[in-house]
Design a protein around this ligand. Structure first.
Ligand code: PHE
Length: 315
């Protein structure tokens, strides 16, 4: 019997054999029915035989089930020897990368990030910034006007106004965002990005401004010593106004940013008393700074979404 069970290879045959032994008319069933006629030793022997036979069936059943499972797995085996399709991993856009570097430097100086709408009203983009309707400085920026008199934001300076209106002074903030002007060549795109810093408190001076600009540029470019050139300039919302140049490799001076002490009219427009509070603002092209840092020469590449360019530029 034991040999017979071991030689069975399918569950069906095993079940048939099991039924012929333990079923209603099974051989073991018949013998168990006669148990009462046996002496004690013979009973014990029959019980042992009964138990060991059941055990044997159980063992063979799980052996067969296992073999069936293994055969199934063999058939489903994957061929992993094929060359994988090369993976195209994404990276952060260079502007996003540079923003996190810019933000971490400014935030370490205590500047808090603000944003504002890209479609601005005249008040925030111009008038509150001391640039009323017929002010000639409006021509400095080739503005896209919308039919209802709103504009596509020409400068992130609009965010300074919103920040002061919202949270008052003292304030130390930076604004980031897209800006729009009618211009287009290798260094100008009709949509570009600016970053703007504003610090208003009691007794803030021009030397605080220059110190922060210097610390920011040296932090962002990772340069211990930087050489700056401060030139007088004009912006309607700052007085005095300056333009900051930075000495680049090869001794070339590069124009980096505009800045100045906030004009008293701007403070008044935001409900701030200029006799009590003073401060500065600085603003620069975020794209331009990223181009300098990563050594890129055409601003339009930022917006082409050409993965080959991103790869070749090392991003
Ligand atoms: N908003 C100015 C521009 O777009 C830059 C600027 C910002 C100048 C803050 C002074 C202070 O040209």
């Amino acid at each position: 019997m034991h040999e017979q069970i071991k030689n069975i290879n399918t569950l069906e045959e095993l079940q048939a054999l099991y039924a012929s032994v333990f079923g209603k008319n099974g051989t073991m069933t018949a013998r168990l029915k006669q148990m009462k006629n046996l002496d004690n030793d013979a009973r014990a022997e029959l019980n042992r035989e009964n138990a060991s036979l059941r055990e044997l069936f159980k063992t063979r059943q799980s052996e067969i089930e296992n073999a069936v499972l293994m055969a199934g797995l063999q058939k489903q085996k994957l061929d992993v020897s094929l060359n994988p399709i090369p993976e195209n991993r994404g990276t952060l856009h260079p502007l996003t990368q540079s923003l996190s570097e810019i933000s971490s430097v400014l935030e370490s100086f205590g500047y808090t990030l603000y944003t504002g709408p890209e479609i601005e009203d005249d008040w925030h983009n111009f008038t509150a910034l001391n640039t009323p309707m017929h002010h000639p400085a409006r021509d400095m920026q080739d503005t896209f006007f919308l039919p209802n008199g709103n504009v596509m934001r020409t400068q992130t300076s609009a965010i300074q106004i919103r920040a002061m209106e919202k949270n008052g002074v003292p304030i130390k903030m930076f604004g980031i965002g897209s800006t729009y002007r009618k211009e287009m060549d290798a260094t100008h795109s009709p949509m570009f990005h600016q970053i703007e810093g504003l610090y208003i408190d009691r007794g803030i001076t021009m030397s605080d401004l220059i110190a922060d600009i210097r610390a920011f540029l040296s932090g962002f470019f990772g340069l211990e010593n930087i050489e700056l050139r401060i030139r007088p300039s004009y912006f309607p919302f700052t007085d005095p106004s300056i333009e900051v140049d930075m000495k680049w490799q090869g001794g070339k001076w590069l124009e980096i940013m505009g800045a100045g002490m906030i004009h008293p009219n701007v403070l008044r427009n935001c409900g701030v008393n200029p006799d009590e509070y003073q401060g500065f603002a600085f603003g620069f092209g975020w794209d331009r700074l990223a181009m300098l840092k990563y050594n890129l020469n055409d601003i339009r590449q930022f917006y082409d979404n050409d993965v080959r360019w991103l790869k070749s530029a090392g991003f």
